[in-house]
Design a protein around this ligand. Sequence first.
Ligand code: NAG
Ligand code: NAG
Ligand code: NAG
Ligand code: NAG
Ligand code: NAG
Ligand code: NAG
Ligand code: NAG
Ligand code: NAG
Ligand code: NAG
Ligand code: NAG
Ligand code: NAG
Ligand code: NAG
Length: 766
Amino acid sequence: MGSLWLLDIFLSLLIHICLPATSALSMAQPGCNDTCGNISVPYPFGMGNTNCYRDSGFQVICNDTFYDPPKLFNMANQEILDISLQGQQRILNYVSRDCYNSQGDSTCENRREYDYLYNNTFTISDTENKFTVLGCDTEAYFSTNGTVSKSGCIMSCLNEQISINGSCDGIGCCQTSIPKGFGYISIAVSSNNNHTLVHDFNPCGYAFIVDYNWYNFSTSDILNFTHNIDETGYPRVPVVVDWAIAWEKSNSSCKEAMKNQTSYACGSNSVCNDSKNGLGYICSCSQGYHGNPNLQDGCQDIDECTDPNYNYCPGSCSCVNLLGTYNCFYPHDYRRDNLCSIDPIPVKTVNVAFFIGGGLVLSSLLFGCLWLFKVLKKRKKNKLKKKFFQENGGFLLQQQISSENGNIEKTKLFSDEELKKATDNYNENRILGQGGQGTVYKGMLLDGRIVAIKKSKGVHDQGQIEQFINEIALLSQINHRNVVKLFGCCLETEVPMLVYEFISNGTLFSHIHGNSTGEFSFTWDSRLRIAIEVAQALAYLHSAASIPIYHRDIKSSNILLDDRFIAKVSDFGISRSVSTDKTHLTVTLVQGTFGYLDPEYFQSSQFTDKSDVYSFAVVLLELLTGRKPISSTRSEEKSLVTEFICSMDENRLFEILDAQVVEEVKKEELEAIAIIAKRCLDMNGKKRPTMREVAAKLEGLRASPSETLFVQRNEEHEDCIITESIGLWDTSSVSTTSCTTSWTSVAIPLDDRPLLHNSSSQIIDS
Ligand SMILES: *[C@@H]1O[C@H](CO)[C@@H](O)[C@H](O)[C@H]1NC(C)=O
Ligand SMILES: *[C@@H]1O[C@H](CO)[C@@H](O)[C@H](O)[C@H]1NC(C)=O
Ligand SMILES: *[C@@H]1O[C@H](CO)[C@@H](O)[C@H](O)[C@H]1NC(C)=O
Ligand SMILES: *[C@@H]1O[C@H](CO)[C@@H](O)[C@H](O)[C@H]1NC(C)=O
Ligand SMILES: *[C@@H]1O[C@H](CO)[C@@H](O)[C@H](O)[C@H]1NC(C)=O
Ligand SMILES: *[C@@H]1O[C@H](CO)[C@@H](O)[C@H](O)[C@H]1NC(C)=O
Ligand SMILES: *[C@@H]1O[C@H](CO)[C@@H](O)[C@H](O)[C@H]1NC(C)=O
Ligand SMILES: *[C@@H]1O[C@H](CO)[C@@H](O)[C@H](O)[C@H]1NC(C)=O
Ligand SMILES: *[C@@H]1O[C@H](CO)[C@@H](O)[C@H](O)[C@H]1NC(C)=O
Ligand SMILES: *[C@@H]1O[C@H](CO)[C@@H](O)[C@H](O)[C@H]1NC(C)=O
Ligand SMILES: *[C@@H]1O[C@H](CO)[C@@H](O)[C@H](O)[C@H]1NC(C)=O
Ligand SMILES: *[C@@H]1O[C@H](CO)[C@@H](O)[C@H](O)[C@H]1NC(C)=O
């Protein structure tokens, strides 16, 4: 019993020494106000004295003289609705409006810009907001300064009755996602017919970025959008803005910031997280603590025993609060093996009979406590793993496993530890590349296999998760020497990960266009062989695999070369399988890479096997000419496809081909290949050959290069014109995000040249 008594003393000591009396938590620096009306203003935000806010970016003003209840403003005079410690605030921002009178004369300005360039501190949340456009004769797009792309919606509808309240479905209302990492997005709204045909129910077009949880479309908004109008009658909408702590013009991550403890913002008992949207970091209180992590002693222990949200001790047990956690004991009997916690904790180390003297008891207890903390931490970690598995679509995959014919069993599920070991804890110098979908690391598994590990980017976005599971499901059905092999995946980490065979020699793109590292001589034979390998892989995907698979993003940067320079098709993120009785796939979102995108698919939103054929032909052209699909030489962007077709029409094919190729290969053979390419680029998908035919023709050419295999010269000249309008598009590899109805929405090109207006109105008319 003596030892129990000691234990009692120890516990009460622990409680009294370690837990300072908690006072009411203030969210602001001492002497500063932490509320404005009922809006909480936590440090680093602050008002009044300069010591009340961290830097000028966080300065806010509470206007209680003019408004009752008081309103909070930032220094750009935007009203702040709330500020959360999780790195977000909501502000009211102006709606871009484009209004006309019944004669079709413009009555108001049509452009408003979002300006949030406070030294990296603020970015517009890409997860909480949507770009939203309202109107029935409206064309609106947004653009960011960082990229040269524009994206948006075009809508025309002649009758308000077809719009449905609460449903932003592309008729009268259209929504699309915005990109990550921008503090500045500009918006432009315009109209094709000056609203003359729809003026009685829709005199204005509206475009805005809005907290999508807040906005619920109503048909009355098309008539007159009157949410949150300010003193001058201008409507405003809430926007979620991410904030983070950052230094001007520097990429301050947690790792960097911790190096300078004087400027490091996170106080005691807090953890630091890098911002998920842009630069900077966010502090949060450690588990078991609450308060404001941005203050030196802002995080205070939660007294779980008095907080009804936490105290889960069964009725007869007493609760003991510990720093960061708590425990349940049978009353007056604080023996380790008397712990009555909700999940039984394996108890081994502390055996009462073992104690001989008081000193020994205390030290053993200390160890015991440390060990207990460890156990609890581990348990927490395991729970987290399960949670991630769910979030990462583990169940979706399990569904796939049960619905497919068990092929997926070959796909191994890797553990977090295995992959951490393999990549040296995701060491930066293991990074092979970074792309739209995520980061790729090089790693070595325990069995010595070298692998490429793709760490997906967006986790909490359901669409991304589906893409991801899709890639796993598709790839695990494919077994072809020219398709990259998937070894397995890992779903128990925060972001899902895919494990592939490692392909050592980089992308075809870098070999054709980069300053290739010498050793691989790009002879005609190897070019032709690569073309054949890719064609065979695609032919296999289209017809030989158990269900047809359309790759949908064929481009030279998705073709990898292994150590013997054998081509491997990769990146199946947006690929789709189709049931055998279908000939096409109707999509709500035109995706792909400009320069490779089948114009017919772009116009009809119907992806067929022939759209892959088109993209393949562009790769073939790259191999033949050594040029990029879109080159922006001189102030002008040129489409390789257009140039190629025009050069064939004008009988000067050999000017455009790679000089080395022309030197090496017979004229007839080149002509034969050029004709194959041209047929694959036919504007009419039906006239294009299938991938199987292409593969066979190319193989035939390689086997007997002297025979000209087939010649077909009934060329159509309008090809030149239509492909030109595609050539105006953005050169960088962006996927066009557009709204959900296929005929109303297209991404907006860089240039508003008249040619393009024609082609988009064609889409609408059809
Ligand atoms: C805090 O705000 C209230 C009302 O908004 C004001 O009366 C008070 O003086 C402020 N206190 C400080 C310390 O600024
Ligand atoms: C603040 O008060 C306004 C009305 O006075 C109310 O609409 C709003 O929900 C309140 N905000 C919070 C965060 O309590
Ligand atoms: C409060 O708002 C009114 C109206 O916008 C403005 O005139 C006044 O200067 C503001 N007061 C403060 C303290 O900012
Ligand atoms: C946007 O980019 C242009 C050139 O790319 C630059 O001149 C301009 O200053 C940038 N604007 C902002 C607000 O960063
Ligand atoms: C949006 O409005 C529709 C129709 O008015 C309503 O049925 C729906 O519940 C609303 N949704 C939200 C999230 O408020
Ligand atoms: C629209 O308005 C502009 C100027 O306000 C005018 O130049 C143009 O002709 C009008 N277009 C139509 C279709 O009415
Ligand atoms: C949608 O709701 C608004 C008001 O909330 C109402 O005036 C309008 O008639 C409704 N429209 C439809 C099609 O139900
Ligand atoms: C729209 O509503 C505002 C505020 O209710 C009003 O001032 C304005 O005149 C209305 N505009 C139209 C075109 O009805
Ligand atoms: C942020 O930028 C503004 C203007 O460039 C400058 O006055 C301010 O000192 C900067 N703040 C920080 C923390 O660098
Ligand atoms: C930003 O990060 C990169 C890579 O980590 C580093 O090379 C660069 O020096 C950093 N820039 C600043 C201003 O800290
Ligand atoms: C650390 O931050 C403080 C405060 O901003 C600054 O004065 C100091 O120069 C920084 N030290 C280093 C080594 O960068
Ligand atoms: C911050 O990171 C910790 C792990 O380092 C994680 O447990 C926590 O959920 C993260 N918090 C946020 C807000 O992302």
